[in-house]
Ligand binder design. Structure first.
Ligand code: HEM
Length: 148
């Protein structure tokens, strides 16, 4: 190290949210709302909420720059392979995330950065969702689009 120069610790988005316990409270609130939501709740029915929160916690810590976190869950396409997610579902979840971040007092610029990272999964999740819709249509011997 150069004499007289003290390294300045870099603050990650994870630090700026307020650390692990704060993040856990945000995710617990988000998933409570998602499970209860009239528009997307059916997609979560039968899934283990506590497990999803635990997985999301590790995933989100890493996403927000906490390199000490270890995510051991499925890849995003794998985790959502059974879900017929449509654009409106993704957008509804994203809106509930925005509401929760605002209500938990997450700093404005951290909210924006988090929401942008979340949007980064949109294309991939919708591709997975469309694949699942196509499979369900084939299983039903139905070739009509359910959105028509
Ligand atoms: C409309 C959008 C979404 C819906 C309906 C949804 C739904 C779900 C459901 C039901 C599970 C549980 C899967 C299981 O039990 O095996 C899950 C897991 C998970 N989701 Fe999502 N999700 C959505 C978007 C996202 C996004 C945008 C991310 C990332 C930012 C994400 C990250 C995860 C993670 C990390 C898991 C845990 C994976 C594991 O179980 O190993 N999800 N999601």
């Amino acid at each position: 190290m150069v004499a007289g120069k003290v390294p300045v610790p870099v603050s990650t988005l994870f630090d700026q949210v307020g650390g692990e316990e704060k993040l856990r409270r945000i995710l617990e609130d988000l998933y409570q709302r998602l499970f209860d939501d009239p528009m997307v709740g059916f997609l979560f029915a039968g899934h283990d909420r506590e497990r999803i929160v635990a997985m999301q916690l590790a995933f989100t810590r890493r996403m927000l720059g906490d390199t000490s976190a270890c995510y051991t869950g499925k890849s995003i396409p794998e985790a959502h392979a059974s879900l017929p997610i449509l654009p409106g579902h993704f957008d509804r979840r994203h809106k509930l995330l925005a509401d929760v971040l605002q209500e938990h007092g997450v700093p404005e610029e951290v909210q924006q950065a988090w929401l942008q990272l979340d949007q980064g999964f949109r294309t991939s999740l919708l591709k997975t969702g469309q694949r699942r819709i196509d499979e369900l249509k084939e299983d039903n011997g139905d070739h009509a689009d359910p959105r028509d």
